[in-house]
Design a protein around this ligand. Structure first.
Ligand code: FAD
Length: 494
């Protein structure tokens, strides 16, 4: 007999609900615990997973394999091209290992829920107990309802309900202990699993040697790094988070999203540690930086709640149905300029170059570039959503879709469509000294003062031109009028 834990986007040993339950079951039955992770190139393709993210996961798995190995727990990792074959493969492994218990944490996307439903059926047919539990979010989707018993589609009241619920149920933040030594030495029996090597990234998701080094340096993998990063943030920067979080040059956010998204860090761990650092020992009140940060982590929960309740957002449909018929521009040159950071709007270009270099972009800039694509360029926001997923190391369907819907005014709790970001004002307000722009747009490094925000319009055109920096590809004022008209007409159209 054996107990199996199936890792997915929960790549950690600490504070992992399903893994903890699996380990407890193995202990109670005095049978070996075996862990597994299935790499599926087709899954990566379907989810538009970025090569940087695939690399991050594989690096993390190598760390986990060593950590588990030190506890005599084997980690089986293999690559299966067709994702449809995964459930059957897992069943065959369970049979081979004599496993009667299979554990995993739930993922809320439609494909994943279908896969889990198939697993449940297959397990039933074979007499294997299948346990899939909530772990990815602090408050499981479906728990919170409005006074009328409906689902929340607006963040603020949802967040108030979230806070009240967690305060009432502090157990939601309790940590799940990591598994200890395997209760049953599995070294001999599972020798070949211990010896398995982590597969290489599929060719279409591989990084060049230079990129590999760069991403390893920028984003060290694994849960130990995640916890250290969290601790550093909590001790050094969280206090000023509320006042500084919107300034991309300030380096004041936790830069921890890749860990939440790959599951090297549980959102629960982050919220618990932040709460414990608060003078009130609560999620709100006390230190404004801490309370503000917790409310941002809660956005992640909120978007998973939206995903679970309105699954059609997984099918490229806008949350707001009436926004289905907006007539978008499909201008390849504009889209290409946006992707490569050559729009002639320095703040937009700086942000896109940060994304292309780091697989990461500051939240304020994500909003600016998303608004610019959907409103100024009037390009279908879903093209931007896809580009983000293909390049972000922290790509997460729910947060990304939520962020795009918010910025393009097609999503849950959006900016009203007539509120259109002015890229110049955003730039002046959130990068007042132009530090962020100078860092990422080398062509403008020597531009002094306020001209950095609009070099051609503010007397620095010579420098910009000499260094090959493009002129603005559109006129914001005209674009604004066009967007207002198109959105208005689109909503009116049946
Ligand atoms: P911090 O400010 O330190 O916040 C702490 C944590 O809270 C983050 O790590 C993240 O897990 C969560 N969080 C913060 N803000 C948000 C938010 N607005 N929505 C959801 N969760 C949030 N986040 C992703 O993790 N993956 C994505 O694919 C993603 N795509 C986005 C696309 C757009 C258009 C927009 C506007 C936002 C997107 N975000 C996404 C949310 C947010 O930009 C990032 O989570 C944040 O920038 C990560 O940096 P940080 O870890 O320093 O965040």
């Amino acid at each position: 007999e054996a107990v199996v834990h199936w890792f997915k986007r929960d790549l950690r040993l600490n504070d992992n609900r399903a893994l903890h339950l699996a380990a407890a079951k193995a202990k109670s039955k005095n049978v070996p615990l075996i862990c597994m992770f299935i790499v599926s190139p087709q899954d990566y393709q379907a989810h538009l997973t970025s090569p940087a993210r695939v690399d991050f996961e594989l690096r993390t798995l190598a760390i986990m394999k060593a950590d588990l190995g030190a506890m005599d727990i084997p980690l089986y990792v293999t690559s299966i091209e067709k994702r449809k074959r995964i459930p059957e493969h897992i069943m065959q492994l369970c049979e081979r290992w004599g496993a009667r218990h299979l554990y995993c944490n739930i993922e809320y996307e439609v494909d994943e829920l279908r896969r889990e439903a198939m697993m449940a059926r297959k397990c039933l047919e074979r007499g294997i107990a299948f346990t899939a539990v909530h772990d990815d979010v602090v408050v499981p989707p479906g728990t919170l309802k409005t006074g009328q018993g409906k689902q929340f589609a607006v963040y603020s009241p949802w967040f108030r309900a979230w806070i009240a619920h967690v305060h009432k149920h502090p157990e939601l933040l309790e940590a799940f202990e990591a598994p200890g030594q395997n209760p049953f030495s599995a070294r001999e029996k599972f020798k070949e699993v211990f010896e398995m090597v982590i597969p290489a990234a599929p060719p279409n998701k591989s990084l060049s040697d230079e990129e590999k080094k760069r991403f390893e340096r920028l984003w060290p993998a694994g849960e130990h790094e995640a916890l250290e990063r969290l601790d550093r943030f909590l001790s050094e920067r969280i206090g000023t988070y509320k006042d500084t979080r919107n300034f991309p040059a300030a380096n004041s956010t936790a830069t921890i999203s890749v860990h939440h998204s790959a599951g090297t860090l549980a959102a629960r761990t982050s919220v618990r540690r932040a709460r414990d650092a608060n003078s009130t020992k609560k999620l709100d009140g006390g230190n404004l930086g801490i309370a503000g940060w917790i409310s941002e982590v809660a956005w992640r929960d909120f978007y998973k709640h939206v995903l679970a309740h309105w699954p059609y957002i997984c099918m490229h449909k806008p949350f707001k149905y009436e926004y289905t018929n907006i007539e978008w521009e499909y201008n390849d040159a504009h889209f290409d300029a946006w992707c490569t950071g050559r729009t002639g709007f320095p703040i937009v270009d700086a942000a896109m170059r940060q994304l292309n270099h780091m697989g990461y972009m500051h939240n304020r800039c994500r909003m600016i570039v998303a608004s610019f694509l959907a409103k100024d360029l009037l390009i279908d926001w879903r093209m931007g959503e896809i580009y983000f997923m293909e390049h972000l190391i922290d790509g997460d369907f729910a947060s990304n879709n939520g962020g795009w819907g918010f910025s393009a005014s097609t999503g849950v709790d959006p900016q009203p469509y007539f509120r259109i970001f002015n890229p110049l004002l955003q730039s002046e307000k959130f990068d007042p000294e132009g530090e962020y722009i100078r860092k990422w747009v080398q062509e403008l490094a020597e531009v002094k003062g306020k001209a950095i925000h609009d070099p051609y319009g503010r007397g620095a055109g010579d420098i910009a031109k000499r260094n090959g920096y493009p002129k603005p590809i559109v006129d914001h004022r005209k674009c604004r009028e066009r967007a207002l008209a198109r959105y208005k007409a689109g909503i009116g159209r049946e």
